[in-house]
Design a protein around this ligand. Structure first.
Ligand code: PGA
Length: 254
């Protein structure tokens, strides 16, 4: 598939996989995807597996991501992890503002913007998640919700930082539900997000930002989703927990 932007496909393992299980998984992905050059492949294990997974992917085409980080650099923040600590394990990406964290940890757009700034300061690329709930979509609020999230959670970034930021469009109603957005719904939302980026930054910046789709992505729907002009990759939850299914998503996207 000839795309304007390089596809980036990331596996969000969420709170799954022991170190041993994570190593099995990443070694399987490494084997299955060793010849893939067309896609940036990212795995996001839980913190506890970062060290070993990091070692396992040295000299491979797989990059490491974390699922969250603190907006602070150090200090009295019990239970938190700073960007500098992630750098020790060669973490290149960090998922920020996932809808589960927005919902259960009450993360605000303002907090996510602070985390994105801290990630950039450590040269870690943030994957900033946005997306509407079913009630918001059905109530005709989708555009307003996305606008508020984009404005707030990408506030303060320079155009140069924005180009190094990935936006993940994850309609909350499609996450872990088996209900994927249709490729047209995804394309429409992505094009709308890109228009917001053009307004907030500029046309050239907006054209260069990669926007991932997330929400029940699997091998069977990856090709159709990735063929949309404004869909530049995927953030995959459930289907990233098994090497074959994650590898098939990647292979079907090329
Ligand atoms: P899912 O999760 O692929 O299991 O729907 C996606 C995500 O939450 O990032």
């Amino acid at each position: 598939m000839d795309k304007e932007r390089k596809l980036v496909i990331a596996g969000n393992w969420k709170m799954n996989k022991t170190v041993a299980e994570g190593l099995d998984l990443v070694n399987g992905i490494k084997r299955e995807c060793k010849d893939v050059k067309e896609v940036d492949i990212v795995v996001c294990p839980p913190y506890t597996a970062l060290s070993e997974v990091s070692k396992a992917i040295i000299n491979s085409n797989i990059r490491l991501g974390a699922q969250n980080m603190s907006e602070n650099n150090y200090g009295a923040h019990t239970g938190e992890i700073a960007a500098g600590m992630l750098k020790e394990f060669l973490v290149r990406y960090v998922i920020l503002g996932h809808s589960e964290r927005r919902q259960f940890q009450k993360e605000s757009d303002e907090l996510i913007a602070k985390k994105a700034a801290a990630a950039h300061a450590a040269t870690i690329k943030p994957i900033v998640c946005v997306g509407e709930t079913l009630a918001e979509r059905e109530g005709g609020q989708m555009e307003k919700v996305l606008q508020t999230q984009v404005r707030g959670s990408l506030a303060g970034l320079t155009p140069e930082q924005m180009v190094e930021t990935i936006v993940a469009y994850e309609p909350v109603w499609a996450i872990g539900t088996g209900k994927t957005a249709t490729s047209q719904q995804a394309q429409d939302a992505h094009a709308f997000l890109r228009s917001l980026l053009a307004k907030q930054f500029d046309d050239n910046t907006a054209r260069r930002v990669r926007i991932q789709y997330g929400g029940s992505v699997k091998a069977a729907n990856a090709r159709e989703l990735m063929s949309q002009p404004d869909v530049d990759g995927a953030l995959v939850g459930g289907a990233s927990l098994e090497d074959r299914s994650f590898a098939d998503i990647i292979k079907n996207s090329i």
